[in-house]
Write a protein that binds this ligand. Structure first.
Ligand code: GLN
Ligand code: ZN
Length: 752
């Protein structure tokens, strides 16, 4: 890297991996369908990778992260490179093995998938046995780095997933320290091989250092980095997604040359100001947010940089680099392509390519254009006075049901013991998708579209009625996605055309953007509810997505606090519930599957998050009539640690994913003494296996060991939209058969 005086050096930590037009997604799926040769897949991969390198080079980035690119998942790549292959995949090799580990084979379950820290990216969890012997398999990685050098020269900086983070994210059957000792020689070997290729600096990605509880591993981390210090390359210790907190003083003292810290999340700057910066080390300041889609506000970033430069440690300015806060894999490729968005909005968006330009802008210091873009945007999206006043006027009673549970429950619907329901969606068949596509293309009128949706709704109601379910749902046929559907009906949201980001493997999502105040111009769900209710005497649940889930699955604005956005959403949903009640709804369900996953990485921030998250839910549901039964639903729910918050939602009924966790979640709720009703999923909707009545009956008997029958609802684990009717019908039938048997046994089937 040649140093131009006065211009700060810049670095990246990773780039979008799926291709500008999702080329890699398509190539992967064609390969899995047997329609593309694996060699062609690798060509597509190479093309996408090189495109990213060149974009970064042409944007003028000095230190470009390379080698974090992946066909499916970078954690899986390192699992394979360390030879940590679970026995069930031993017979396989090459891409077959990679994809088997990622996706499973008949009878051979895939590695478990879970969220990458608090992002919406999912990685595959390494399984490390107690007697695992890692074996180096670095061929693909070294070839990738060699290629990067050919394209980028010394600007290429290889990314390695650090040993602590790799092990911290694994399912370990042995203590972390013991596995670390087995893994370290491989890391040394890898660094030596990189040094032989001419590499001078390596990024060691160690985001796990920001997690709470890292102090317990201090010895391990120190031993690891002491062991890597003399491997022949400069180490850049990279952390992101939060500050280092209490671990700051000893982490910055690790024997590395550069440390990259996130200045967009947590409180990194005060840590540096309080504890100082170790002599001789370079700080790469992650001031360009790798996870938000907003342009930087030059004044905010400028203030951070001025405070840093004021510290003696950064007097020779060469000790300070500019960085993205994390890999750019969490944002789409290019905002410039979003030509359908109003210019005033587009000009304050920064996806990956715009963020590269921002690094250069901050390094060079010309920020006038960015300031002007924000000024124009503020005039374009002014505050909604009515909404702001409503939020400002909220008082504690807005967050409470009118009557406590014991008093409101007797006023609510009367149903048989073990009432049966479903979580909301019914199969999104080809017919549903075609209907929607034809409407979007303008081939059918809105009236024709609605008539089509209503016919599907009528069918779903007929099925539920005929099977004998007790509380019905309309089926959500009109919804593409549980967040997008609401976002499209509310003000304050914008939608991109190309803004895809990888969720896992070939799966991409295109989150809406919250850019202004949120209001509800017209009812959102009442028409479909009323249609469904008109076909049956049984109660139909109004079906809404909760405020926390809408925020967590969108790109939120950053100019007002998240709780304020959540309260705006809460109020819009409150009005919707009032309209549903007026249309005859006896029950509403407010889904919050993303409540748990929004928990901050650091425990000390949990309370603040849970306070506004549960607050927003209660704001939405608190003014429901006492007669209205409020349901909520959560999936992927490891509630153990947040039971108080779950209870604090004050929902009358909570349905939970439970089948895969073997009643663990149910057990936790019961042990906590959850005082209201619970619908633990009786079968796993993620599997195509149709449960038998005996299986469901067994499940119900196990529920009865945890909860009194009056507190139990019977439902599948989650929505049924990904299943076929041919699976749904016999599955629900099995559920009904089991319940009928148990009811006779429990009370002869009388209504309570
Ligand atoms: N009501 C939604 C559905 O059934 C819930 C989806 C979810 O929990 N993710 O599809
Ligand atoms: Zn669910």
């Amino acid at each position: 890297m040649d140093i131009v005086t006065d211009r700060m050096q810049t670095q990246t930590l990773g780039y979008p991996r799926i291709g500008r037009d999702r080329e890699l997604k398509r190539a992967l799926e064609s390969t899995w369908a047997g329609k593309l040769q694996p060699s062609k897949l690798l060509e597509v991969f190479d093309g996408v990778v090189e495109d990213g390198w060149i974009a970064q080079r042409d944007a003028g980035v000095d230190a470009i992260a390379v080698g974090g690119e992946s066909l499916y998942d970078h954690v899986l790549d390192w699992t394979i490179r360390f030879g940590l292959i679970p026995d069930r995949f031993r017979g396989l090799a090459g891409l077959d093995r990679t994809f088997a580990m990622a996706r499973g084979l008949p009878g051979v379950p895939a590695l478990e998938m879970t969220k990458w820290f608090d992002t919406n990216y999912h990685y595959l969890v390494p399984e490390v046995d107690a007697d695992a012997v890692p074996v180096a398999d670095f061929g693909d990685y070294l070839a990738l780095i060699e290629r990067a050098y050919a394209v980028l020269g010394a600007r290429a900086v290889p990314v390695v997933l650090g040993p602590f983070t790799f092990l911290r994210l694994s399912h370990l059957a042995a203590p972390l320290g013991a596995m670390l000792d087995r893994l370290l020689p491989l890391y040394r070997e890898l660094l030596a091989a990189l040094a032989r290729l001419g590499v001078t600096e390596v990024q060691m990605h160690e985001p796990a250092l920001v997690l709470s509880g890292v102090a317990a591993f201090r010895d391990d981390v120190e031993r690891a980095y002491a062991g890597l210090a003399d491997a022949g390359v400069r180490l850049n210790l990279v952390t992101y997604f939060d500050d280092l907190g209490e671990a700051y003083p000893w982490v910055v003292d690790l024997p590395v040359d550069v440390i990259s810290l996130d200045f967009t999340r947590g409180e990194t700057l005060p840590l540096i100001e309080t504890h100082g910066w170790p002599a001789g080390k370079v700080l790469a300041a992650g001031v360009v947010d790798g996870r938000s889609i907003w342009r930087v506000r030059p004044d905010t970033v400028g203030a951070v940089l001025r405070r840093l430069r004021a510290l003696p440690a950064f007097q020779p300015a060469g000790r300070l680099r500019l960085s993205t806060s994390s890999s750019l894999q969490h944002v789409p490729h290019s905002a410039a392509r979003e030509t359908a968005l109003p210019e005033a909005l587009r000009n304050v968006l920064a996806f990956a390519d715009e963020k590269l330009a921002e690094l250069e802008m901050l390094a060079g210091g010309d920020v006038a254009r960015a300031n002007a873009a924000w000024a124009t945007f503020e005039a374009f999206a002014p505050a909604d006075g009515v909404v702001r006043e409503r939020v400002a006027a909220l008082t504690p009673t807005d967050f409470q049901r009118v009557l406590p549970y014991e008093e409101r429950r007797p006023l609510q619907v009367v149903l048989p013991l073990l009432p049966m329901t479903t979580i909301g969606s019914f199969p999104q068949t080809r017919e549903v998708r075609q209907l929607r596509a034809r409407h979007t293309r303008g081939e059918i009128t809105s009236a024709e579209y609605e008539a089509g949706i209503d016919a599907l709704t009528a069918y779903a109601i007929g099925v539920q009625d005929g099977l004998g379910l007790d509380m019905l749902v309309h089926g959500e046929f009109e919804r593409t996605d549980m967040v997008e559907f609401f976002a499209q009906k509310l003000t304050g949201f914008a939608f991109t055309q190309h803004g895809w980001v990888q969720s896992f493997g070939s799966r991409c999502v295109r989150p809406p953007i919250i850019y202004a105040d949120i209001a509800r111009p017209t009812p959102m769900t009442v028409r479909e509810f009323a249609v469904a209710q008109s076909f049956t005497e049984k109660p139909v649940k109004g079906m809404l997505t909760g405020p926390v889930t809408i925020i967590n699955w969108s790109y939120p604005r950053t100019d007002i606090p998240r709780h304020e956005i959540a309260y705006q959403l809460g109020l819009a949903l409150r009005d919707e519930i009032a309209d549903l009640e007026a249309a005859g709804a006896k029950a509403v369900q407010v889904d919050e599957p993303a409540l748990r996953e929004g928990l901050p990485l650091k425990r000390e921030r949990w309370d603040a998050y849970l306070a506004w998250a549960t607050g927003a839910f209660r704001l939405a549901t608190g003014k429901a009539l006492p007669e209205t039964q409020v349901h909520t639903h959560m999936c992927y729910s490891e509630f153990g640690e947040i039971l108080e918050a779950i209870d604090g939602l004050d929902a009358d009924v909570i349905s939970i994913e439970n089948a895969r966790s073997d009643d663990v979640t149910l057990g936790e709720l019961a042990a906590y003494g959850y005082p209201r009703e619970v619908g633990p999923g009786v079968y796993d909707i993620h599997s195509p296996v149709v449960p038998t009545a005996a299986f469901v009956e067994e499940k119900l008997r196990s529920f009865l060991r945890h909860l009194a029958p009056e507190r139990i609802w019977v439902n599948p684990d989650c929505g049924l939209k990904t299943r076929a009717w041919a699976e749904v019908l016999p599955s629900l039938q099995a559920m009904v058969t089991a319940v009928v048997r148990l009811r006779t046994e429990l009370d002869g089937g009388d209504a309570r």
